[in-house]
Write a protein that binds this ligand. Structure first.
Ligand code: AMP
Length: 396
C-alpha cells in the first residue's frame, strides 16, 4: 500500500481529499471535530516535510449548487485551531480563483477549497471537473475514508491525472489496515458482533464474513427474524418476514463454513416502544403477544461476554438493543465493557459503522477499543467485501 510515507513533500503541493463533512450547529460552529482531527497526522507530515497542502472536501448535500449554509468557510477557524496553522480559504474549488490561491501557496501553508459538491460534476464523477481539480496540486492524497465508497470526481476519478504521484493519507491507510487485520490477517479466535435494527442491512456483511470469522454474535432488532425463522414466539418485536428463509440459509451456511452463530437466549421486553414502558425478562423465543424485545437479557450478557473474553480479534457493528433509551442500553454497555476488557488483555478490537460509533462515544468506550472507524457506509461496504472506488483508484 502506497502512503504519504513513501513521498518526500519538500516544495511539493499535496492535493488532499479530506472528509471534513462535520456537523454544524445553528451558529455554524463545528459540534464534533473528529473528522478534522483525524486528518491532522497526514497534513502535519506533509508540512513537516516542507510541503504545502490544498484541502478539498464536501460538506452536507448541497445538490450541485451553491448553498451558503454549507460553505466550508464556516469551518476555517476550527481547522486552523486543530492544525495550529492559519488556514487560507478560497471561495471556489476550481477555476481562476482556486488556481491563483494554489499558485500563491508557500511551503508550510494550508489552503481549504470551497465545498466540492457546489458542483454537480463532483458526485457525477465528471472527468473534466476532476481534471480541473487536478491542476491544484503536484501529488494527490486520498485521506477521506468516509467517501471512499463513492466514485466521485475528487475521491476516485481524479487519481488518473496523477500517475505515480498518488497515495493514501495516514487515516485512510489505517482504516484499510484495521479491516485487513480483522478479515484477512487476524489472530484467532475472531468474533464479529452484529447488532442494529435489520437483517437486510447487514446481510452483505454476514455473507462475506461467514467462514472468515470463528464467531458471529447477533443482537439488536435483527435477532427476532432469526428466532421467528426457527419457530420461536417473538410477540410484537421487530421482524422482517420476507427474510425468514434467508435467516435459515445463513444459519445453515454458517454450520457448513465453520462459523458459530450466537443468538441471544433472553430478552428485556417492553409493552411499548418507550423508555418508561413496563418491562420483564423472558426467554428469547417465548415473547408474549403485546410485548417487544428491546434489549438482550442478563443471561445473554453473560454468554456474550464469555465469548468476547476468549477472542483475540473483535469486530463490532451495531448496538444490541435500543441504546438510545436508558432502560434498553444495558446490553450494549455490557458488550462495550467486555470488548474494552478483552482489548486491555491484548485483543484487537475494531468498532465501526454508524450507530455503534455513536454508542461507543455515548458510553465513553472510544479510548478503550483498538480502533474506531471514521467511515459508516464505506466501512460496511469493505466488510461486505466490495472494492471501494476511492481505494481502487490509488491501488491501480
Ligand atoms: P443500524 O443502523 O442497523 O445499526 O441500527 C441501529 C438501530 O437499531 C438503533 O437506533 C437501535 O435503537 C435499533 N435497535 C437495536 N435493537 C433494537 C430492537 N430490539 N428493536 C428495535 N430497534 C432496535
Amino acid at each position: 500500500m502506497i502512503t504519504i510515507k513513501d513521498f518526500n513533500f519538500k516544495d511539493k503541493k499535496a492535493l488532499i481529499r479530506v472528509d471534513f463533512n462535520v456537523p454544524l450547529n445553528d451558529d455554524f460552529q463545528v459540534t464534533d471535530p473528529t473528522r478534522i482531527t483525524a486528518a491532522k497526522p497526514t497534513i502535519t507530515k506533509i508540512l513537516e516535510d516542507g510541503g504545502s497542502c490544498v484541502l478539498m472536501s464536501h460538506l452536507g448535500r448541497p445538490k450541485g449548487m451553491v448553498d451558503p449554509k454549507l460553505s466550508l468557510s464556516h469551518i476555517v477557524q476550527s481547522v486552523s485551531d486543530i492544525l495550529g496553522v492559519k488556514v487560507k480559504f478560497v471561495e471556489d474549488c476550481i477555476g481562476e480563483k482556486a488556481i491563483e490561491a494554489s499558485n500563491n501557496l508557500k511551503p508550510g501553508e494550508v489552503l481549504l477549497l470551497e465545498n466540492l459538491r457546489f458542483y454537480k460534476e463532483e458526485a457525477a464523477g465528471d472527468k473534466e471537473f476532476a481534471k480541473k481539480l487536478a491542476q491544484l496540486g503536484d501529488i494527490y492524497v486520498n485521506d477521506a475514508f468516509g467517501t471512499a465508497h463513492r466514485a466521485h470526481a475528487s475521491t476516485a476519478i481524479i487519481a488518473q491525472f496523477f500517475e505515480n504521484k498518488k497515495c493514501f493519507g495516514l487515516l485512510l491507510a489505517t482504516e484499510i489496515e484495521s479491516i485487513e487485520k480483522v478479515l484477512n490477517d487476524s489472530e484467532k479466535p475472531v468474533t464479529a458482533i452484529l447488532g442494529g435494527a435489520k437483517v437486510s442491512s447487514k446481510i452483505g456483511i454476514i455473507k462475506n464474513i461467514l467462514g472468515k470469522v470463528d464467531h458471529i454474535i447477533i443482537g439488536g432488532g435483527m435477532t427476532f427474524t432469526f428466532i421467528k425463522a426457527q419457530g420461536g414466539s417473538i410477540g410484537d418485536s421487530l421482524v422482517e418476514d420476507d427474510k425468514l428463509n434467508l435467516a435459515i440459509e445463513i444459519l445453515n451456511e454458517a454450520k457448513s463454513k465453520g462459523t458459530k452463530i450466537h443468538l441471544p437466549i433472553d430478552a428485556i421486553v417492553a409493552d411499548a416502544f418507550d423508555n418508561s414502558a413496563n418491562t420483564q425478562v423472558v426467554p428469547i423465543d417465548q415473547i408474549p403477544t403485546g410485548w417487544m424485545g428491546l434489549d438482550v437479557g442478563p443471561k445473554t450478557n453473560v454468554g456474550f461476554s464469555f465469548i468476547i473474553a476468549q477472542s483475540k480479534t473483535i469486530l463490532w457493528n451495531g448496538p444490541l438493543g435500543v441504546f438510545e433509551m436508558k432502560n434498553f442500553a444495558k446490553g450494549t454497555i455490557e458488550l462495550g465493557n467486555a470488548i474494552a476488557d478483552a482489548t486491555a488483555e491484548g485483543a484487537f478490537s475494531l468498532v465501526g459503522g454508524g450507530d455503534s460509533v455513536a454508542a461507543v462515544k455515548q458510553f465513553s468506550f472510544e479510548h478503550k477499543v483498538s480502533y474506531v472507524s471514521t467511515g459508516g457506509g464505506a466501512m460496511l461496504e469493505m466488510l461486505e467485501g466490495k472494492t471501494l472506488p476511492g481505494i481502487d483508484a490509488i491501488m491501480n
